[in-house]
Design a protein around this ligand. Structure first.
Ligand code: HEC
Ligand code: HEC
Ligand code: HEC
Length: 419
C-alpha cells in the first residue's frame, strides 16, 4: 500500500514539474505589436547601428567566412555550439523568416520551427531588446548579401543536446522580458542598463555564471572566467571590490571608444568587442554605459588590503626581472605611458583576484585593438620563450604587490595552467 502511495505521489510530482517546465517555456508575454510597415532607409540605417551595437557579426561570422553567414564554433563546457546563417538566403539563412519569427528568436530564444535555441546565443540578454529595435535589425539584415551556407549540426554532449534538457534549463534560468526603465532614474542611466544588460550584452561575459552556465542576472555583473578561452572578465558593477565602477566615467568611455585608457588596455575578447562593436557606438551611448557603470562606484574609495603571504625572495627576483624586461615600457613605478603602454599600477589585471589575464598577456603578448581613436597601437612582446614559468610568476607577484596594488601572489603552477 505504502509503495503504491509513494508511486502515485511521485507520478503527481513529475506531472506537476513537466507542466511547470512547459508553462515556463511558453511564457510569451502576450502579443507585442510590430512597428509600422517595414522600414524606409532610416530604419535600415538604425538597424545597421543596432546590429553593430549588438556585435552580431562577431559570433555570426566564421574565421575567413562571409559576414553573417554563421559557422563560428563557440566552445562551452557542454560541447560546441555553431552560430547560424543570418543572411537573407532563402534556403540556408533567414530568407523565409518574418519579423515575428526574428523577434521570437531574440526575445524567446526559439527558432522559426519552434526549436529551443542554445543560450550560447545570448538571448537571455537580448530578450530585453524592444520590439522596435528588433524590427529595425531585421530590416537591416534583409539588406545584407544573401550567402548560401548550410548550418553546421550542433555538437553538444549528451544530455545537453536534448531539447528537454534545454526546456528544463529555460524553466529554471530564463525569463523573457523587455527592458523596463526604472522610473527613479533618468533616461541616460536607463539607456546604459539597456545597452549593458540587453543589446550590447556586456553581462554575457562580465557576469558570474552558475554550474549550469546560466548568467546571474539578478545579482550584479560580478565578473567571471569566460570558459572558451580562459580569459577573466572582471566585475563591472560588483559592490564587493571596486571593479570598473570606480573608474572615472571618462576612462570607461576611452576604453570603449579607443581600446586604451589611462587605467588599462583592452585585451583578448575585450579587444575584439572594442574592435568590432564598441568603438562604433555613438558618443551618447558610450556616455550612458559609463554613467550607468559608474553609478555603482563605492561612496568611499576602498583602501586596498595588502596581500598576505608574499615571499620576499620571490618579490626581489620579480623586481629584477621587471627592471630588465618590462620597465622600459611600463615605467619604473608601473606608471606606463598612456596611450602607448598601459599603467600596471592600479590596473585591473594587477589587482583582480584571478591573475589569468596578466599571465596570458606576459606569455602571449598582444596588441590593443586598432580603432579610429588609436589607429597604430603599440604591442607587448610575448615572453613564453624568454622567461620560465617561475620567472613569470615572480615578475607578476612583484607587479601585483607593488605601487599600491593589492593583488595576490602568482605561483608557478598558476602560470603552467595557461601555457
Ligand atoms: C555570443 C555569440 C552570439 C552573438 C553575439 C549573437 N549570436 Fe545569434 N546565435 C548564436 C548562436 C551560437 C546561435 C545558434 C543557436 C542554436 O542553434 O541553438 C545563434 C542563433 C541566432 C538566431 C536563430 C537562427 C536560427 O536559424 O534559428 C538568430 C535570428 C540570431 N542568432 C540573431 C542574432 C542577432 C540579430 C544578433 C545581434 C543582435 C546575434 N544573433 C548575436 C550566437 C550569437
Ligand atoms: C566577449 C566577452 C566580453 C564582452 C561581450 C564584453 N567584455 Fe569587457 N572584458 C572582457 C574580458 C575578457 C576583459 C578582460 C580583458 C582585458 O583586460 O581587456 C574585459 C575587460 C573590460 C573592462 C576593463 C578593461 C581592462 O582592460 O581591464 C571594461 C571597462 C569592460 N570590459 C567593459 C565592457 C563593456 C561596457 C561591455 C559591453 C559594451 C563589455 N565589456 C563587453 C570580455 C567581454
Ligand atoms: C615593448 C613594450 C612592452 C614591454 C617590454 C612589456 N610590455 Fe606589457 N604591455 C605592453 C603593451 C603595448 C600592452 C597592451 C597590449 C594589449 O592590450 O594586448 C601591455 C600589456 C601588459 C599587461 C596587461 C595590462 C592591460 O591593461 O592590458 C600586463 C600585465 C603586462 N603588459 C605586463 C608586462 C610584463 C610583466 C612585462 C615584462 C616581463 C611587460 N609587460 C613587458 C608593452 C610592453
Amino acid at each position: 500500500m505504502n509503495l503504491v502511495r509513494s508511486l502515485v505521489v511521485l507520478a503527481l510530482v513529475a506531472a506537476a514539474l513537466a507542466l511547470a517546465v512547459y508553462r515556463l517555456n511558453h511564457l510569451d508575454e502576450g502579443h507585442v505589436a510590430a512597428s509600422a510597415a517595414s522600414g524606409g532607409s532610416d530604419a535600415v540605417e538604425r538597424g545597421r547601428y543596432l546590429v553593430t551595437a549588438g556585435d552580431c557579426i562577431a559570433c555570426h561570422t566564421a574565421m575567413g567566412g562571409a559576414a553573417f553567414a554563421g559557422g563560428r564554433p563557440i566552445d562551452t563546457p557542454f560541447g560546441t555550439v555553431y552560430s547560424t546563417n543570418i543572411t537573407p538566403d532563402m534556403a540556408t539563412g533567414l530568407g523565409a523568416w518574418s519579423r515575428a519569427d526574428f523577434w521570437r528568436a531574440l526575445h524567446n530564444g526559439r527558432s522559426r520551427d519552434g526549436r529551443f535555441l542554445y543560450p550560447a546565443f545570448p538571448y537571455p540578454s537580448f530578450t530585453r531588446i524592444t520590439r522596435e529595435d528588433a524590427d529595425a535589425m531585421y530590416d537591416y539584415l534583409r539588406t545584407v548579401a544573401p550567402v548560401a551556407r548550410a548550418n553546421a549540426p550542433q555538437a553538444l554532449r549528451f544530455p545537453y543536446n536534448l531539447q528537454v534538457s534545454l526546456a528544463i534549463w529555460r524553466a529554471l534560468f530564463f525569463r523573457p522580458g523587455v527592458f523596463q526603465p526604472d522610473a527613479n532614474q533618468d533616461a541616460e542611466w536607463n539607456r546604459g542598463v539597456y545597452l549593458v544588460q540587453g543589446l550590447a550584452h556586456c553581462n554575457a561575459c562580465h557576469a558570474s555564471r552558475n554550474v549550469f552556465g546560466a548568467v546571474n542576472h539578478t545579482l550584479d555583473l560580478g565578473g567571471g572566467l569566460i570558459p572558451m578561452q580562459n580569459w577573466y572578465a572582471p566585475p563591472l558593477i560588483s559592490k564587493v571590490g571596486a571593479g570598473v565602477a570606480a573608474w572615472q566615467p571618462g576612462d570607461i568611455e576611452a576604453l570603449l571608444h579607443t581600446g586604451v585608457s589611462p587605467r588599462a588596455t583592452a585585451m583578448g575578447p575585450m579587444a575584439e568587442v572594442v574592435f568590432r562593436s564598441a568603438q562604433f557606438l555613438a558618443p551618447a551611448d558610450v556616455r550612458a554605459i559609463a554613467r550607468y557603470l559608474h553609478s555603482f562606484a563605492p561612496a568611499e574609495p576602498t583602501a586596498p588590503t595588502p596581500a598576505a603571504n608574499v615571499d620576499p625572495r620571490q618579490v626581489a627576483q620579480g623586481a629584477a626581472i621587471y627592471q630588465d624586461h618590462c620597465a622600459q615600457c611600463h615605467g619604473d613605478r608601473g606608471e606606463g605611458a598612456y596611450p602607448a603602454y598601459p599603467a600596471l599600477a592600479g590596473n585591473p589585471s594587477a589587482t583582480q583576484g584571478l591573475a589569468a589575464n596578466a599571465i596570458k598577456a606576459v606569455l602571449n603578448g598582444g596588441y590593443a585593438p586598432v580603432t579610429a581613436g588609436n589607429p597604430r597601437p603599440y604591442g607587448m612582446p610575448p615572453f613564453f620563450n624568454t622567461l620560465r614559468d617561475a620567472e613569470i610568476a615572480a615578475v607578476l607577484t612583484y607587479i601585483r604587490t607593488s605601487w599600491g596594488n593589492a593583488g595576490t601572489p602568482v605561483s608557478t603552477v598558476d602560470v603552467e595552467r595557461f601555457r
